[in-house]
Write a protein that binds this ligand. Structure first.
Ligand code: HEC
Length: 211
């Protein structure tokens, strides 16, 4: 339950660890996420959206709460937050500008998104994951949130591979991983290049260079 990689995605830690697990989620947050596909913290996408859409949403509310109590009781990994990069760091200021231009309309300048529709990026274990694969895949090729009986909208995230260079995406990812209560290792342009290649995402036309 401490997370792992599969199908090009990173399945996050789901123990009581507050940094990379669900320790900062209430049992109600967990039940709501599994039943509706999202909550004020996150929106299920990729293989997790499939699990919610085709299976978990049909569990009883009591069972979903029991799952939440169980997950939170698990001790989990000893991963801890490093010191966050300073907001004045040059990668952080570039990331901030690019975030406001490309992401802020949906995810908001506070990083808090829209409950049940656009994932919150603030104080987010998903954002702080040791492996940034989900973040890079979501930015490069976009993704679709879970569609459920109680939340049939199933919002989607557009892709940015065509617009943002490897360096742009590295700066935005590093900015998100070190803002709004998050602290995590920076993401390099080389990591983005490898993700772009393995996902078969197109090259950027590089029009977002108006820093
Ligand atoms: C048109 C609205 C929209 C824009 C613009 C947008 N997003 Fe998203 N984003 C979403 C939605 C909706 C989701 C949740 C559904 C999903 O994951 O597919 C999401 C999910 C995410 C996630 C996954 C969060 C998690 O819980 O792990 C990340 C990371 C992310 N967006 C980053 C970005 C970045 C970086 C940009 C700008 C380059 C951006 N988004 C621009 C709508 C948007």
């Amino acid at each position: 339950m401490q997370g792992g990689s599969l199908q090009g995605w990173h399945a996050p830690e789901i123990t009581g660890n507050r940094y990379t697990g669900v320790g900062n989620w209430s049992t109600q947050d967990i039940a709501e996420y599994l039943q509706t596909g999202g909550n004020h913290r996150s929106v299920a996408s990729g293989p997790m959206a499939e699990a919610v859409t085709h299976s978990l949403q049909y569990l009883s509310t009591a069972d979903l709460h029991a799952i939440g109590v169980y997950l939170k009781s698990m001790p989990g990994s000893d991963r801890q937050a490093p010191a966050a990069l300073a907001a004045s760091d040059s990668t952080m200021t570039l990331g901030h500008t690019l975030f406001m231009q490309n992401c802020g309309a949906c995810h908001r300048s506070s990083g808090q998104g829209v409950t049940g529709m656009v994932s919150s990026l603030a104080d987010s274990a998903g954002v702080r994951a040791p492996d940034p694969a989900n973040m890079l895949s979501t930015i490069l090729i976009g993704s679709r949130g879970a569609m459920t009986q109680s939340n049939p909208t199933g919002a989607a995230m557009p892709n940015f591979s065509w617009k943002l260079t490897d360096g742009d995406i590295a700066a935005i990812s590093t900015y998100i991983r070190n803002s709004w209560g998050n602290a995590a290792a920076p993401v390099s342009a080389d990591e983005v290049r490898k993700a772009r290649n393995s996902l078969g995402a197109r090259a950027a036309v590089g029009i977002a260079q108006n820093k």
